[in-house]
Design a protein around this ligand. Structure first.
Ligand code: ADP
Ligand code: ZN
Length: 609
């Protein structure tokens, strides 16, 4: 099976370039370098200068005379038949001698001029060839069709001793994978009953949720070799290389069975083959090879293939049909308990105060992935070191949550008092609207310290528990809360600023989703006007309705947001006193906690009673 076409051209191309360089060097650069600043004069001038005692040193060679005048300038002239020269030089007082030219032995000069360039040339060629081969990772020698030795890349990797206990949360995924571990420990148990393991398992989920970790943990738990490669590594410059890599990988895996083969980012090769625009030959060949390999081995030979992707919808159906990657294991973003567990797993690596409450941190990080949580713990540890402490405190971790969400504090951002005041009212506007609507989540923290992400301030809302269902009213209240910032600016300053752009975006997204996907508008009922195209990467949507309907949708979105905006404005007008007091307090303190906020709010209630 040697359908790898030897790409002779590129290799010859490299040799050609080297040759060209050598020629150019010899023709132009070398003479320039050798050019010396010695002046040629005629013999008469030389004689005259000697007679005038202007010459300091003379060197007589066989064919030429080199001499230096008293100012240190060097001349040369061709030697003449001049028997009196010695006498005249002696009289002029110049130092002189005759040099027997040290010519190189013919062998050495032949070696330098003839053999050395060839050696260099070959060495360079070899170097380039090796680099090419290691890039290609191909098994067969490219240039010499099978003459070269196999230098296949070894894909085997260490699992870094990762076990299931290192992967927190993700219990469902672990449960599915535990079966694989059990099978690898004792394949006979399965074959006795006639059950066969799935050959391929597909881990799907957003980035940073621990898919790679889970794959390593399966290998670690079952104590088998772990082969790992990323989908993008297959896609090579030369057509056919990817396919030969796939062949290579499976050959090695079969030798080492039982083992785990992990293909990260499988979407890089496994995209749907649509054949448009001529398609991508290299990718398709690689994919075809992968499909062939997967069909080619018996499912009970102990090679288990795990693959990870965050765009499962883009995979070719041929890849996910039974017998290939037929089992799909969702690895979702962690819920509240999952986040707490992940924080605790990573906290094992740091020295934290014993009274750190990870539950609080988990509540602050709704929507964060495992990788982000790991990052938060590390940022907290860095902060502790920065302030010269030996252990990580609760405050370190809370600050690092904000760093990961909103970036670092801008220490020396200069804001005018008026701007600060606008930001304070804006943020209190959000918080107050949220608090006044009974269904909105309590506020955790409000701050007007600018962050490097560009946020001038923000209100951190925290859900008590993870919410899986949101009612229409809750969503409307969310929109009202998002418009609350702008509403406060309008109520207090009677003008609007650019500060609300992010709120506007979010509110629009929510309103749109309510109408087009959640069936929350009377006119459309339960008809989907939009479908999500990539669930795990930002959730882009595509419209699937007529142009007229689109217009109606747009109008409905506008109406919905307008209604909530008005609601927020009215709410703030009715509670103007509270708004003023809270905003002033925030301007003064820069950061206030949810408790402080509620205390001020409650003081009004008591006063009213
Ligand atoms: P993915 O492959 O899903 O993009 P990784 O497995 O590479 O994510 O995870 C990146 C890092 O995030 C890991 O090295 C680990 O530190 C952390 N991490 C992610 N999920 C978890 C988890 N469930 N438990 C513990 N750590 C996790
Ligand atoms: Zn805002």
């Amino acid at each position: 099976m040697k359908e790898v076409k030897p790409p002779k051209k590129p290799l010859l191309f490299y040799y050609g370039i080297v040759l060209l360089c050598v020629v150019l060097f010899n023709a132009f650069i070398a003479p320039m370098l050798m050019d010396d600043p010695v002046k040629e004069v005629d013999y008469g001038t030389f004689m005259r200068m000697v007679d005038n005692k202007e010459v300091d040193k003379v060197q007589v060679n066989t064919n030429e005379i080199t001499f230096m005048d008293k100012e240190g300038k060097v001349y040369y002239t061709s030697a003449m038949e001049d028997p009196d020269l010695t006498q005249r030089l002696y009289e002029s007082g110049a130092a002189f001698d005759r040099v027997i030219e040290k010519t190189m032995s013919p062998l050495v000069s032949y070696l330098i001029t003839g053999v050395l360039p060839i050696i260099l040339f070959v060495a360079l060629g070899q170097y380039l060839y090796k680099r090419l081969m290691s890039q290609a990772g191909g098994k067969d020698s490219l240039m010499f069709g099978g003459m070269g030795k196999s230098n296949a890349k070894v894909y085997i990797q260490s699992t870094e001793g990762i076990h299931f206990s290192d992967v927190a949360g993700e219990d469902e995924a672990k449960e599915s994978l535990a079966e694989i571990v059990d099978y690898l420990h004792n394949p006979a148990k399965y074959s006795e009953v006639g059950a066969s393991m799935p050959k391929g398992l597909l881990l799907v989920g957003p980035p940073g949720t621990g898919k790679t970790m889970l794959a390593k943990a399966v290998a670690g738990e079952s104590n088998v070799p772990f082969f790992s490669i990323s989908g993008s590594e297959f896609v090579e410059m030369f057509v056919g290389m990817g396919a030969s890599k796939v062949r290579d990988l499976f050959e090695q895996a079969k030798e080492k069975a039982p083992c785990i083969v992990f293909i990260d980012e499988i979407d890089a090769i496994g995209k749907k083959r649509d054949g448009q625009f001529g398609g991508n030959d290299e990718r398709e060949q690689t994919l075809n090879q992968l499909l062939t390999e997967m069909d080619g081995f018996d499912s009970n030979n102990g090679v288990i293939i795990l693959a990870a992707t965050n765009r499962p919808e883009s995979l070719d159906p041929a890849l996910t049909r039974p017998g290939r990657f037929d089992r799909r294991i969702p690895v979702e973003l962690p819920d509240l308990n999952g986040r707490e567990a992940i924080l605790k797993v990573h906290a094992r690596k740091i020295k934290a105060d014993p009274d750190v409450d990870y539950h609080v941190i988990a509540r602050m990080t709704s929507g964060a992935s495992g990788a982000e949580l790991a990052n938060i713990i590390n940022e907290g540890a860095l902060r502790a070191v920065r302030s010269g402490r030996k252990t990580v405190s609760q405050a370190d971790l809370e600050e690092s949550v904000e760093v990961v969400i909103a970036g670092y504090q801008k220490k020396n951002a200069v804001m005018s008092d008026r701007e600060r005041s606008i930001v304070a009212y804006h943020e209190i506007g959000h918080a107050l609207v949220a608090a006044l609507q009974s269904h909105s989540a309590p506020v955790q923290k409000i701050t007007i310290i600018p962050r490097t992400s560009g946020a001038l301030g923000y209100t951190m809302q925290v859900e008590e528990n993870d919410k899986y269902l949101l009612s229409k009213e809750e969503l409307e209240n969310k929109i009202a809360t998002l418009t609350g910032g702008r509403a406060a600016e309008e109520v207090v300053f009677n003008e609007v600023t650019t500060g609300a752009s992010n709120d506007i975006e979010q509110a629009t997204k929510l309103a749109r989703a309510m109408i087009t996907r959640y069936g929350m508008s009377e006119d459309f009922g339960m008809v989907a006007m939009e479908t999500i195209t990539n669930q795990y990467l930002g959730g882009d949507t595509t419209l699937s309705c007529s142009a007229e309907t689109q217009r109606v949708i747009d109008q409905k979105v506008v109406d919905m947001i307008k209604k909530q905006h008005e609601k927020a404005v009215n709410m703030l007008k009715e509670n103007r006193e509270k708004l003023e007091k809270l905003a002033q307090y925030l301007t003064e303190k820069e950061t206030i906690t949810g408790e402080e906020f509620m205390k001020i709010l409650d003081s009004f209630k008591e006063a009213a009673v």
